[in-house]
Design a protein around this ligand. Structure first.
Ligand SMILES: [Zn+2]
Ligand SMILES: [Zn+2]
Length: 604
C-alpha cells in the first residue's frame, strides 16, 4: 500500500478519503465528548460513518460544530502515521475503550495496526490518505441508531454518516443527487399523488388507491401485451399449496425462512413465494411433444415472501408482490434463440421507459449439478446471444447458480442508481425434480431446460422505481390522470363534460374540474398533480370547438381545435410515447458496489 496516490484507482482514492474522513470525524467527536466510546468507522458506498457511544443523543443541529472541528483538523493538515503495536500496548492505550478492546481480541497475531492523525489514534488496518487536507470535500448527512456488531442484544450506538469526495464539484453533484432523490422519494410522491399507501395491519403490502391502480394496471397490461406479442400463453394458479409441492421443488429445504407457513385441517400449507413450482405442474398436466417447444408460460401470480419487518422499504421491498414472471420450456438447441428474443424484449421495454441497463453473465460455479456438456452448450448459447445483441456485458466467472447459468440485468434510473429487476436464469434441476419430459422427434422421452425470466421483476417495486425515475410526472400513456378539463366559468361546464366524455369513449383517463374556483388556482393544482394535459375552456373555445392547451412538460401551447388535440393524445397513448423530460444525473462516478463492500470488510 505504498504506491503514490496518483497511481491509485479512483475508487481506491475515494476509499482512503472516506476512511480518513471517518477518523477526522472521530477526532472532532473526542474534542467535544472526551468520554465518547468509539466502535468502528469504515468507508461505505459514497461516504463513511462512525459508531459512537455518547453521553447524549446527537442531532443534525450538532453537525455544524462537528464539521467546524473537522475542518480545523483538515486545515492543520495532520499526517496519518501508521504503527504496529504489541497487543499489550494497545490494550493499555485503549483501556477505556471497551469496543476497541473487543476488536483487539478478535485480531489474529501478537500485534495490531494503528493510525494516528494529530491528537487521535485509532485501531485501524488502513489504508489512509497521507494528510488530512485530502479530505476537505466532505459533509455530514445524518445520524441513526445502530447496534454494536449489528446485534440487537448489544448496546445501541449512534451512527453518524457523512460523505466525502476528491473534488468540490463531485461533492456538490452528490449532494444535489441526494436532494433530487429526496424530492423523488416514491413514498412521499405516492402519498401526494394519491397512488398507494401502507397500513400497519399489513406490513410490507401495498394498498393501491384508484389513481395508482389505474397506472399500475396500464403498466401490467404493457408487459402482458409484450408477452402475447412474443408468443407467451398465460396461466393463473392458486396462492396456497400443501407443503409437499415445495418439498418437491426444494423450496421447503432451502427457502422456508422466506415463506409464510400455515397450519389448518391437520395440514401444513404455504403461500407460494414463486410461480415456478406451480408452472411445473402445468407443464406436467398433459403429455408434451417437442412440437410444443419452446413453450412460454407467463403467470402474474400473487406471491408472498416473509421479509423481515426491518428490511421492508416502501414499495421497493414488499411482502406481497406480483411479477411479470414466465417460464420457458426449451430443447437444448433452442436456448440461444430464446435468449436473443428475451434480450430484445428487455431492450424494448426499458427503452420505452427511458431506462438504461447493464448486462452480466454468470457462469458455472465449482459446485454445480448436471451434465458438464449441457453447461458448456448453455453458456455458449448465452454468450452467442449476448454477442449478437451488440451490447457490452460483463462475465462473472463461477457466479452462476448451482443449477444453471444466468444473465443479470441491472437497470439504471435517471439518478444513476442501479436496480436488479430483470433476470434470465437457466435451470437444469427443476424439470428433473418434477420429472418433466417431452416426446422428442425420435419418440424418446427427454427433459426440457427451463428458463425463469422476468423483465420488470416485482411490479410493485418496478412501479416505485418508475415513480422516482419520472419524479411522479409519468408519460401520458402511463399517467394516472392523462388529461383534465378546466372550465373557466359554469357556462362552459356542459362543453367541458362533452369533451371529457368524448375522450373517455376512447379510453382516456380524464377528469373535469368544474368547481367554482379561479382558473389560475385550478391550473396550479393540476400542475401539482403532474397531469400531462390541461385543457382550459372558456366561452370562445366552447363556441369554436377549440381548447387552450397547457402541457405539464411543454407549458403553454395555445389554442387548437379539440379534434387535433384528441388525435395527439390518442396517438401518444397508442404509441406509448416517452413524452417527458428525463432528468440526467451529472454524477461523474458510478462505483461498483462489490468493490466497496469488499473494502468495507477490509478496514476496521
Ligand atoms: Zn480506520
Ligand atoms: Zn421461476
Amino acid at each position: 500500500m505504498s504506491s503514490p496516490a496518483q497511481e491509485l484507482s479512483k475508487s481506491e482514492q475515494l476509499y482512503r478519503i472516506r476512511h480518513s474522513a471517518s477518523h477526522i470525524m472521530a477526532t472532532a467527536i473526542l474534542e467535544i465528548f472526551p468520554d465518547a466510546k468509539l466502535a468502528i468507522g469504515p468507508p461505505i458506498k459514497d461516504g463513511f460513518y462512525y459508531d459512537f457511544e455518547l453521553p447524549r443523543p446527537i442531532t443534525p443541529e450538532d453537525f455544524e460544530e462537528i464539521e467546524k472541528r473537522m475542518a480545523a483538523a483538515i486545515s492543520a493538515n495532520q499526517k496519518f502515521i501508521q504503527e504496529e503495536w504489541p497487543k499489550e500496548r494497545a490494550r493499555e492505550f485503549f483501556k477505556d475503550q471497551p469496543y476497541k478492546l473487543e476488536l483487539i481480541e478478535g485480531i489474529e497475531g501478537d500485534t495490531v495496526s494503528t493510525y494516528t492523525n494529530g491528537p487521535f489514534t485509532d485501531l485501524c488496518a488502513g489504508p489512509h490518505v497521507g494528510y488530512t487536507k485530502k479530505c476537505k470535500n466532505f459533509k455530514l448527512l445524518k445520524v441513526a441508531g445502530a447496534y454494536w456488531r449489528g446485534d440487537e442484544k448489544k448496546p445501541m450506538l449512534q451512527r453518524i454518516y457523512g460523505t466525502a469526495w476528491s473534488s468540490k464539484e463531485e461533492l456538490e453533484n452528490h449532494l444535489h443527487m441526494l436532494e433530487e432523490a429526496k424530492r423523488r422519494d416514491h413514498r412521499r410522491l405516492a402519498k401526494e399523488l394519491e397512488l398507494f399507501g401502507f397500513e400497519s395491519v399489513a406490513p410490507g403490502s401495498v394498498f393501491w388507491k384508484p389513481l395508482g391502480w389505474a397506472s399500475y394496471r396500464t403498466l401490467q397490461s404493457y408487459f402482458r401485451e409484450l408477452e402475447e406479442k412474443n408468443g407467451y400463453e398465460e396461466i393463473f394458479n392458486p396462492l396456497l399449496y400443501k407443503k409437499e409441492l415445495f418439498e418437491q421443488s426444494g423450496h421447503w429445504d432451502h427457502y422456508q425462512e422466506n415463506m409464510f407457513v400455515l397450519h389448518s385441517h391437520d395440514q401444513t400449507y404455504c403461500l407460494k413465494p414463486m410461480n415456478c413450482p406451480d408452472t411445473m405442474l402445468y407443464f406436467k398436466s398433459k403429455r408434451r411433444s417437442y412440437r410444443e417447444l419452446p413453450l412460454r408460460v407467463a403467470e402474474f401470480g400473487v406471491l408472498h415472501r416473509n421479509e423481515l419487518q426491518g428490511a421492508l422499504s416502501g414499495a421497493t421491498r414488499v411482502r406481497q408482490m406480483c411479477q411479470d414472471d414466465a417460464h420457458i420450456f426449451v430443447m437444448e438447441d433452442q436456448i440461444q434463440g430464446e435468449i436473443t428474443n428475451l434480450l430484445g424484449m428487455i431492450d424494448e421495454a426499458y427503452g420505452l421507459l427511458g431506462l438504461e441497463y447493464d448486462l452480466e453473465l454468470s457462469t458455472r460455479p465449482e459446485d454445480h449439478m448436471g451434465d458438464p456438456a449441457l453447461w458448456d452448450l448453455a453458456e455458449d448459447a448465452l454468450k452467442a446471444a449476448l454477442n449478437a445483441s451488440g451490447k457490452v456485458y460483463r462475465v462473472n466467472e463461477g457466479d452462476g447458480a448451482f443449477y444453471g447459468p444466468k444473465i443479470d440485468i441491472q437497470l439504471r434510473d435517471c439518478l444513476g442508481r442501479s436496480w436488479q429487476c430483470a433476470t434470465i436464469q437457466l435451470d437444469f434441476q427443476l424439470p428433473r425434480r418434477f420429472e418433466l419430459t417431452y416426446a422428442a422427434s425420435d419418440n424418446s422421452e427427454r427433459t426440457p431446460v427451463v428458463i425463469h425470466r422476468a423483465i420488470a421483476g416485482t411490479l410493485e417495486r418496478f412501479f416505485a422505481i418508475l415513480v422516482e425515475h419520472f419524479a411522479g410526472a409519468f408519460p401520458t400513456w402511463l399517467a394516472p390522470v392523462q388529461a383534465i378539463i378546466l372550465a373557466i366559468t359554469d357556462d362552459q361546464n356542459d362543453y367541458a363534460w362533452k369533451l371529457a366524455n368524448e375522450l373517455k369513449k376512447h379510453g382516456v383517463r380524464v377528469e373535469v374540474d368544474d368547481r367554482n374556483e379561479k382558473t389560475g388556482y385550478k391550473i396550479r393544482e393540476a400542475e401539482t398533480r403532474k397531469i400531462p394535459y390541461m385543457l382550459v375552456v372558456g366561452g370562445k373555445e366552447a363556441e369554436a370547438g377549440t381548447v387552450a392547451v397547457r402541457s405539464y412538460t411543454d407549458g403553454q401551447r395555445g389554442v387548437m381545435p379539440f379534434e387535433d388535440l384528441k388525435a395527439e393524445i390518442l396517438e401518444r397513448i397508442e404509441t406509448r410515447a416517452l413524452d417527458v423530460k428525463i432528468f440526467k444525473s451529472e454524477l461523474a462516478i458510478v462505483e461498483e458496489d462489490e468493490e466497496v463492500d469488499e473494502m468495507v470488510e477490509r478496514g476496521y
